[in-house]
Ligand binder design. Structure first.
Ligand code: ZN
Length: 207
């Protein structure tokens, strides 16, 4: 993909993310790895109506290389994820209602509730709270980047990375629906968990 195609791809998915209500207000940021650089949404823009000017290019130190606006304030979170994981080429950080509800309650999604989620995520851990945009937040969250593609951020939101933007978006959609299911199941007396054998069988499907 060339730079223009990458920008179009980000704008397309940002629009879907907005329509789904995953990034209320001007929250959330999206990035793609582009050769030895990162294309990322600018600071303070709403995902719903992005233009080319709302996307900027940064290097792996977070320095602005190209663009008319400041990069997202969470740019170092993206930089660190890409640095730790050569297999990750697209990252979405958002504040969807149900995932953020778990983040607000400081609860990870770690129990084996639904087969599909055991298969795709294993668990979705909870990273400790730190001030948004701070290096402390980057460090608290980056601890999980080695082992996990999807992480809840306490009292804040959610971040997911994948091989491309289409996959990252699908994981976001899946995780948000999963959070809603777990919450709803609590209203029904709590989910009945899959047992160890059932979890092992699901994980074996990956091999
Ligand atoms: Zn955020």
């Amino acid at each position: 993909m060339n730079l223009e195609q990458i920008k179009n791809e980000i704008i397309r998915y940002a629009d879907i993310i907005d329509c789904k209500g995953f990034s209320p207000g001007t929250s959330g940021n999206i990035s793609l790895r582009y050769q030895d650089k990162i294309i990322i949404t600018a600071s303070g823009v709403s995902n719903g109506n992005l233009s080319y000017d709302d996307l900027v290019v940064i290097d792996f130190e977070g320095k602005l290389i190209e663009g008319k606006q400041k990069a997202s304030s969470e740019k170092m979170l993206h930089v660190e994820f890409y640095k730790k994981r050569a297999d990750i080429n697209a990252i979405i950080h958002v504040h969807p209602t149900f995932l953020s509800s778990f983040a607000a309650a400081k609860k990870g999604l770690e129990e084996p509730v639904m087969a599909e989620n055991v298969y795709y995520f294993g668990e979705i851990p909870l990273a400790d709270y730190a001030l948004p945009s701070s290096m402390e937040l980057v460090n608290n969250t980056a601890k999980y980047f080695d082992k996990y593609n999807a992480i809840l951020m306490a009292n804040h939101g959610f971040i997911v990375g994948d091989v491309d933007l289409a996959q990252a978006y699908l994981k976001l959609e899946l995780a948000e629906s999963y959070a809603q299911i777990v919450l709803n199941a609590k209203l029904l007396g709590g989910a009945v968990l899959l047992n160890e054998k059932e979890v092992a069988e699901i994980k074996a499907l990956k091999n």
